[in-house]
Design a protein around this ligand. Structure first.
Ligand SMILES: Cc1cc2nc3c(=O)[nH]c(=O)nc-3n(C[C@H](O)[C@H](O)[C@H](O)COP(=O)(O)OP(=O)(O)OC[C@H]3O[C@@H](n4cnc5c(N)ncnc54)[C@H](O)[C@@H]3O)c2cc1C
Length: 405
């Protein structure tokens, strides 16, 4: 008679964070057969199982939490992964190799931090409740929806990629939407002055108010609307709700408190194997700082997750060596592409700026053949110029032959 052999799971692996990257890591561990070796416990602070945060805005277009969820509902149970939802890890006890939650302690042999980021809200007097909303989780969106139900006007603080997406969401909820940006242009990280001006025109044409070079000093009770945002230049804007989209910060509090090395600008420091300063602890996704950088995008996190899962499975693995940081604005009717060094800040671009007319920072707009509203900034004098424009090799002159303003 054949005996049934149950594999002995010799090690306990704890994953903190059931967001996009933590989930991808678990999927990869399953795929690579690592579950034969590890008993896996996943802790997620949010109530919902991992969901597609990149497409969070679709929640306002009718998708529910289940439609946004990643992987099928039975995946973890089928593979014996213990999922603890709505249970935040409060502390890492490195000496005893245990994580502490409100319900008890869980020992680990290896620990993966995948705690993501949290939205940064500048300390503005008067920002609280409906004048201090953020745009990161399903619960945040429930809060915005609830506030919007009795509102006429909504303001987003921050004119970056996420801020514009949030403004679009406010519009979709039937509000008059405004964006307040500290910098003198929209998407200041990706666009130069000309690009910012073109984008502003498009955004205003969509019916979104744009207020640039404005720093909110105080939020007080409004006269026509619930709140009045008092700006540094003496002007003001009234609104019924305020969503802050002023950047994110790596959620590194657990690692910091446990004495792991943390980068000066935040994020748990990792090496090319995603290993922290404690060899038993790894960090992936937006909570990790590699080579001084924190990646606020999902693709680098997925690549860390894949590499780490291979390492944990004892398989050949690639070192993490950085990532493609290309980004896309997801706003109805306006596709914006920014490639190359948008501010001509690197030495190569700076040299080109001084030797080429017109300078890269004032390069040409062009429209790729397949999209009437897709623009890309093309740089010349560098390899970035001639290769990546919609996969069609273009030189400065061919870009300039098809300008679009
Ligand atoms: C509206 C929106 C649009 C976006 N669009 C894009 C896009 O177009 N392209 C792109 O590349 N990226 C985009 N992003 C960013 C992308 O979502 C993130 O890069 C990605 O989610 C990072 O994954 P992560 O697992 O590191 O963090 P997260 O997905 O944030 O997951 C971290 C999880 O850990 C949990 N957690 C934190 N602390 C604890 C604790 N102590 N105990 C237990 N659990 C904990 C958190 O609650 C969270 O669920 C967008 C983000 C938002 C909000």
């Amino acid at each position: 008679m054949n005996a049934i052999v149950t594999p002995i799971k010799s090690e306990i692996l704890v994953v903190i964070g059931n967001g996009m990257v933590g989930h991808h890591c678990v999927e990869q561990l399953i795929e690579r057969g690592a579950l034969a070796r590890y008993q896996v416990h996943v802790y997620g602070e949010e109530r919902q199982r991992a969901y597609d945060r990149v497409h969070l805005s679709e929640y306002f277009a009718g998708k529910d939490a289940e439609a946004l969820a990643l992987g099928d509902a039975g995946l973890y149970a089928r593979h014996g992964v213990h999922l603890h939802l709505g249970e935040a890890v409060l502390e890492i006890d490195r000496e005893r190799r245990e994580v502490v939650t409100a319900t008890g302690r869980q020992p680990y042999d290896r620990l993966v931090l995948a705690t993501g980021s949290y939205p940064f809200v500048p300390p503005i007097p008067g920002a609280e409740g409906r004048s201090r909303l953020v745009y990161r989780t399903l619960d945040d969106l429930d809060g915005i929806r609830e506030a919007a139900a009795s509102a006429r006007r909504g303001v987003v603080v921050g004119g970056g990629l996420l801020g514009l997406e949030a403004a679009n969401a406010l519009k979709s909820l039937g509000l008059e939407a405004h964006v307040v940006e500290f910098a003198p242009r929209l998407m200041p990280v990706q666009l130069d002055a000309d690009g910012g001006a073109a984008l502003r025109a498009r955004i205003e044409a969509l019916g979104v108010g744009v207020h640039l070079s404005r720093a909110t000093q105080e939020i007080v009770v409004g006269e026509e609307y619930a709140y009045r945002m008092q700006f540094n230049d003496g002007e003001f804007l009234e609104t019924d709700l305020i969503v802050f989209s002023a950047g994110i910060r790596p959620q590194d509090a657990l690692g910091r408190a446990a004495g792991l090395e943390v980068a000066p600008r935040g994020g748990v420091v990792i090496d090319n194997d995603c290993r922290t300063s404690d060899p038993a602890i790894f960090a992936i996704g937006e909570c990790a700082s590699w080579n001084g950088s924190v990646f606020g995008l999902v693709a680098p996190g997925y690549s860390m997750a894949r590499n780490l899962a291979a390492l944990l499975a004892g398989q050949p693995h690639e070192p993490f060596t950085g990532a493609d940081m290309s980004t896309k604005l997801k706003l109805l009717g306006v596709d914006v592409g920014s490639i190359g060094d948008a501010h001509a800040a690197t030495p190569a671009h700076a040299a080109t700026a001084s030797s080429t007319k017109p300078a890269p920072a004032t390069g040409a707009w062009w429209s790729p053949p397949m999209a009437s509203t897709c623009w890309a900034r093309c740089w010349w004098g560098t390899t970035a110029t001639t290769t990546p424009c919609c996969n069609t090799p273009r030189t400065a002159s061919s870009c300039r032959r098809s300008p679009r303003a």
